[in-house]
Each structure stands twice: as structure tokens, then as C-alpha cells.
Design a protein around this ligand. Sequence first.
Ligand code: PAF
Length: 184
Amino acid sequence: MTVLVPTMGSLHRGHQALIKRARTVSKEVIVSIFVNPLQFENKEDLEKYPRSPQLDIKLATLAGATEVWFPEYEDIYPGEITTLSAGPIGSLYEGASRPAHFDGVLTVVNRLFEIVKPTHAVFGEKDFQQLFLIKGISKKVEIISVPTVRSGSGLALSSRNIRLSEIEQESALIISKALTAASV
Ligand code: PAF
């Protein structure tokens, strides 16, 4: 059995939880690190996406990864790109402000599955819409989901958090506070 943990790098404890869960399924855990241009709607966001390859290797290995794979663009998209469509659900919620984002996510995940041919793949519940859509396209790969990992303040861990100012981090907490309030 081979378990794939697809990521865009800049790993944190949330990714490590995915890798640890993968290790409960198999001794062969591949972590892919590829910042997929197809899922970014703006060039600046793509260029500013945090990258820390050396630290990523360390954190992935510590969590139990047996291989950390940094594919090149040409490995993933060697020729003309066959884009997968996320359908109407891809245009709702997060997709309403990020047109084509979920098409890009499904396209890369499908390519990663074609190349690695894993038996299982692990994704976080933080990106719930992404998880739902990926489950919809995964015919041969068993999808495992892992609950969101949060900081002490309640903020969901995300590679992009390092780009938030203190005030923005404070505002982002409104989401976890609302979720906690709604669950009581
Ligand atoms: O959740 C992510 O990090 C990305 O959307 C994924 C699934 C690795 C595809 O690029």
C-alpha cells in the first residue's frame, strides 16, 4: 500500500498530522510538494506563496514520510493540460470568489494520482469543499480525511497564516469563535 499526502509545501503541524495519519495505514508514505499554478487566480498570490523546502523535508521526515517528492512543472504537466471541471459546486462558497480554483485543484490531484498511483491519499478537513470535490473524482484511491489542527488561539493552521498581520490574525479568529459558538 502506498499513501500519498499531496501538499504545496511550507509544512506545519497540520501537514504533520496528515503524514502521521498516513503512517497508520502504510509504511510507504509519499509527500508531494508542488505549488500548482493552475489553482491560483492571481499571479502575485502564486509568487508570494511561502516556500521552505529544506524545512519541509525535515518536518515531513520527522512526521514519518518515507519520500518527499518535489515534482517539476513538466513532470505534472508535460504537454497539453486536460483540465478537470469541479462542476457547479466548484463555483459555490470559496469557488464564488476563486473562479477555476477547484478545477485547478482537481486537475493537479488527478495528475498526482496518475503518476504516483497511491492506494490511499490523505487530505485535511480544513479545506472541506476541496475534500468533498476530491472524493467525487477519486475512483481508485481511498481518501482519508484528518480533522483541522488549530493553534492555541483557535486559528486553523495554514501555510498562508504567516502572511497575516496581527490584526488580520485576530479577525480570522472570528471564524473559529463562530464555529465554537454554533456547536454548543
Ligand atoms: O490543499 C492543498 O495544499 C492543495 O490544494 C493540494 C490538495 C495539494 C493541491 O495542490
